[in-house]
Ligand binder design. Sequence first.
Ligand code: NAD
Length: 500
Amino acid sequence: MSERFRLFIDGQWVESVSGEWFENRNPADRGDLVGLFAKGDARDVELAVVAAKRAYESWRLVPAPKRAEILQRAGRLLEERKEALARDMTCEMGKILDETRGDVQEAIDTAFYAAGEGRRLFGDTVPVELPDKMGFSIRCPVGVFAVVTPWNFPMAIPSWKIFPALICGNTVVFKPASDTPLSAVNFVRVLEEAGVPPGVVNLVTGGGGTVGTALLEHPHVRGISFTGSTEVGRAIGETAGRLLKRCSLELGGKNPQIVLEDADLDLAVDGAVWGGFGTTGQRCTATSRIIVHERALSAFTERFLERASKLRIGNGLDPATEMGPCVTEGQRDTVEHYVKIGLDEGATLLTGGERAIEGDLAKGWFYRPTIFTNVRPDMRIAREEIFGPVVSILRARSYEEAIAIANDSSYGLSSSIYTRDISRACRAIRDLEAGITYVNGPTIGAEVQLPFGGVKETGNGHREASHTVLDVFTEWKSVYIDFSGRLQRAQIDTHGVSGE
Ligand code: NAD
């Protein structure tokens, strides 16, 4: 019988109230059942939120350096278990081991970075207008946070949210994607062993429409931290607006890589292969549009085609594999659908455009690395997020046109430019409408000490990682201390009044 994984509520691993379970299967081999996971609903959400609210009253009073000690222990446990956690992740969502190790490493880095904030959480101390008085600002926790995450970074993204939430003194109810519940269970087990008190972190697995909706709308939930699609994020933003909840949304992307005529083409091809087909193109920062200067177009396209068509597809546990499967049948169907749209729109299919089904690949949701050329900026494949191994090449006649094409998108997460011209690189840093710009590097590869997030429909203006994430998980309080022993009236014109 398959292993069963429970919910984590108030420090206990419990079955869902309904007693129902859902399956999690390996996308590289659908005969491989990863496990059965408790199917939560609104009743489990209620129990979890009540526990989180109760726990908040004592957790907020634990000194931040003490909270940091727990995060440090969590970071060390993640380090010890990195290989096993990475293997579990590859089994449940398919990306290759090198990448799942990187995903766990991101969580480790975030644990230690957030732990450092336990001795910072800086506010401002400023002069005030009146004598014998001081003023400063402090960060205060918000309360219970709903953390809702996608499947493509099953440990890194929860860590970006949960570690900062905890260091700031909030408590959490965590609803992971239903395609990656095992990594969520593994992450919460680490937190439990690291000593997070009961109720401070709660895990409710189950559907977005049931668990997610009940959680976000719960009156005791004061903050929402969501990463996922723009479509779902928009709906969540509306809910948060109606209920006046603090809400951070990290959403989709359609990330451009610009290749100018003076670029190192081998380097640009390396970046395009990694950015376009790493994680099977299923990264929010994946390179999905490559905008190439016409003078570099044929040389770039030839080399990119050669590299992409040779990528070894397979089970991510095999060290020889370079690209794993799509995460689900539904995701592969989406990819197929967009390839058909691209053909119907008149783009030229250069390679791929079909399922990979030879041998053992028939057991999983594999799709070949796919490249379209002759893509116009107005085509749907150049505008909509596909979230699979499909890359479009667009032609530009100048730097200005390349930037205009890059910016002609409703999204604005990551961007990149390959050039040897420092002036044009600096202009691109200024001109690209994106939360992240890489120079001579692919659109992927964020580090935890720099802000992460995007502009336009990629989000609602917040940034994760770095110290900027603290603005999501804290409220500012301004403090005035008057030690004059008398009533001093601020903003009252005291000119000419003796004794003032
Ligand atoms: P998704 O929006 O389908 O789901 C994300 C999470 O929301 C899941 O846990 C899901 O169960 C839950 N959910 C679904 N409907 C809900 C609802 N009505 N109410 C509450 N919760 C609900 O996204 P996905 O397919 O898991 O992930 C892929 C998407 O995530 C892509 O668009 C990708 O660009 C985006 N993403 C963005 C970032 C970023 O930082 N900007 C990072 C990774 C992924």
